[in-house]
Design a protein around this ligand. Structure first.
Ligand SMILES: Nc1ncnc2c1ncn2[C@@H]1O[C@H](COP(=O)(O)OP(=O)(O)OP(=O)(O)O)[C@@H](O)[C@H]1O
Length: 252
């Protein structure tokens, strides 16, 4: 018997008032699968990621069905699945982390909230993303961008969610720091068996991290399939343009 999909998204429309931003979105993420979302600017990638994480921005609404770990999110605040079902890592964790709380406090909070633990293994969480225990006493402003993203990753994976949604998690990082974070992400997902929905504009990152891809344009899915096949033989003009642009940007 097949296990429950981690995310089962059926015919989803996301709108702001009367304006449709994403339409007809259907996507199934199986246990442990790694999916990428690519597409041009404004295609609806971030809104899709936010909807699956149960964190649509204020002023937007979704219809259709988004089941995460078997729980329907449409029409709810998403809190039922956050932490153990799904967690989100955003582009720049500087905005996601509380500026006044120490890293140790911030990492301890989700564990207490979702697992009811009194004492949280903060040191272990930091070690899992290759950060030293002393960092628990620091505040976000004292960390580099790469360290902050690692802390965000540690926090997101603290409750071993079935699905991690990551929206351009390396966009604000220099290439070597970005590579190290993705390597860490890869190993952490393997260790926890967590599935991934990764928004990226970088087809190199997509090919390195994801098995399957969904291509969005104008708020609609225009193509999806295994990453090697889609990149080798893109069927839609939007995908072809993305592949061509990526080849142009490869240094010779
Ligand atoms: N809170 C919002 N209210 C109204 N419109 C929004 C809101 N958030 C996004 N949009 C619009 O929805 C569309 C899709 O936005 P989204 O951020 O998902 O695109 P994206 O593919 O992630 O783009 P980018 O690659 O530039 O980040 C855009 O036209 C955007 O202006």
């Amino acid at each position: 018997m097949m296990s429950t999909p981690v995310a089962d998204v059926r015919d989803v429309r996301i709108a702001a008032g009367d304006t449709t931003l994403v339409d007809g979105l259907t996507l199934t993420v199986g246990a442990g699968e790694r999916w990428g979302i690519v597409g041009p600017s404004g295609a609806g990638k971030s809104l899709t990621a936010a909807a699956v994480a149960g964190l649509l921005p204020p002023g937007t609404t979704a219809t259709g069905s988004i089941r995460v770990d078997g729980t329907e999110l449409v029409g709810t605040s998403g809190t039922a699945v956050r932490g153990r079902g799904v967690a989100l890592v955003a582009q720049d964790s500087a905005v996601a982390l509380h500026p006044l709380l120490t890293i140790g406090r911030q990492l301890a909070l989700p564990l207490r909230r979702h697992q009811g633990l009194d004492r949280s293994p903060v040191d272990e969480l930091l070690a899992a993303v290759d950060l030293p225990p002393e960092l628990a006493r620091a505040r976000p402003a004292q960390l580099s961008g790469g360290q902050r993203q690692r802390v965000a990753l540690a926090g997101a994976l603290a409750c071993r969610p079935r699905l991690l949604v990551a929206d351009e998690p390396t966009a604000a990082l220099d290439p070597p720091v970005a590579r190290a974070l993705l390597d860490r992400l890869d190993r952490s997902l393997t260790a926890t068996g967590t599935a991934l929905l990764l928004v990226t504009h970088d087809l190199g990152v997509l090919a390195a991290v994801c098995e399957r891809v969904v291509v969005l344009a104008g708020g609609r899915v225009v193509e999806s399939g295994p990453v090697p096949e889609v990149l080798a033989a893109p069927q839609h003009e939007v995908t072809r343009a993305l592949v061509d642009a990526a080849q142009l940007s490869v240094p010779t």
